[in-house]
Design a binder for this molecule. Structure first.
Ligand code: BGC
Length: 235
């Protein structure tokens, strides 16, 4: 299993509520190809999304294995929640089905966990949140992931969850100014809850952030959601 240059090439896939993105990575996690993207098929059920991944993959050239970030809880390659996609995903064995479709080994993880792997320093308590269609979260202690953190569906304020206050629908609904005020409150709340050394904010809506961030809070580029995929093959 390797390419002509000796590299093991990993197809990194990120399924999001608005787009499905892919890119091939070298073993050291650097990009081998240009990222390509299609709109998330509607309705966002397993079959059309897997077909979209197969089409995108075919346009990326050769690869040996696959890392996939999914917007929900994932256990052993099986989808447990998919709030912003479709209930048909619940208990869907994505790792096995995609592996059969692409004829390559596939590892699947939560999308925010993958963003985190691509963003963290590996030292101390590091929290990652993602602002996209949903609100993703991942916690790392000295580089080790604390699995299945789902802050997004936890109550934040005014009887609403982090996702209800800061997800894509909320941004569209209340506008950028109010959304930024909420984000400022969310950062303060998370700081008190986790006492993290660093907070990383990723996801497609980071370009809407218009507040001054504390020195221990960093915005990470959206491509991190693909680049972090290499970590799934590092153990
Ligand atoms: C899901 C998370 C996911 C986040 C971002 C939330 O609705 O529950 O698992 O990481 O959206 O996609």
């Amino acid at each position: 299993m390797a390419q002509e240059d000796g590299n093991i090439a990993t197809l990194a896939v990120d399924i999001g509520g608005s787009g499905v993105k892919v890119m091939v990575l070298n073993e050291d996690g650097t990009p081998r190809t240009e990222r390509s993207r299609v709109e998330t098929p509607q309705p966002p059920k397993p079959e059309p999304i897997i077909a979209a991944i197969a089409t995108l993959a075919a346009g990326q050239g050769k690869f040996d294995r696959v890392s996939l970030g999914f917007p929900g809880v994932v256990q052993n390659g099986i989808i447990k929640t998919a709030v912003n996609l479709d209930p048909d995903w619940i208990n869907f064995d994505l790792a096995t089905v995609l592996s059969q479709k692409l004829d390559k080994p596939v590892r699947v993880a939560n999308d925010a966990d993958i963003q985190g792997f691509g963003a963290i320093s590996g030292h101390g308590v590091e929290l990652v949140v993602t602002l996209g269609t949903g609100f993703g979260s991942a916690l790392f202690v000295n580089g080790k992931l604390v699995p299945n953190l789902e802050l997004g569906h936890h109550e934040f304020r005014k009887g609403q969850t982090y996702e209800e206050q800061l997800g894509r629908a909320a941004l569209d609904d209340v506008g950028k100014k109010k959304w930024n005020e909420r984000l400022e409150k969310a950062i303060a709340s998370l700081e008190h809850l986790f006492n993290y050394d660093r907070l990383y904010i990723g996801g497609g809506n980071t370009d809407r952030i218009a507040i001054n961030l504390p020195p221990n809070v960093k915005i990470v580029p959206n491509v991190t959601g693909l680049l972090g995929g290499i970590a799934l093959w590092c153990n």
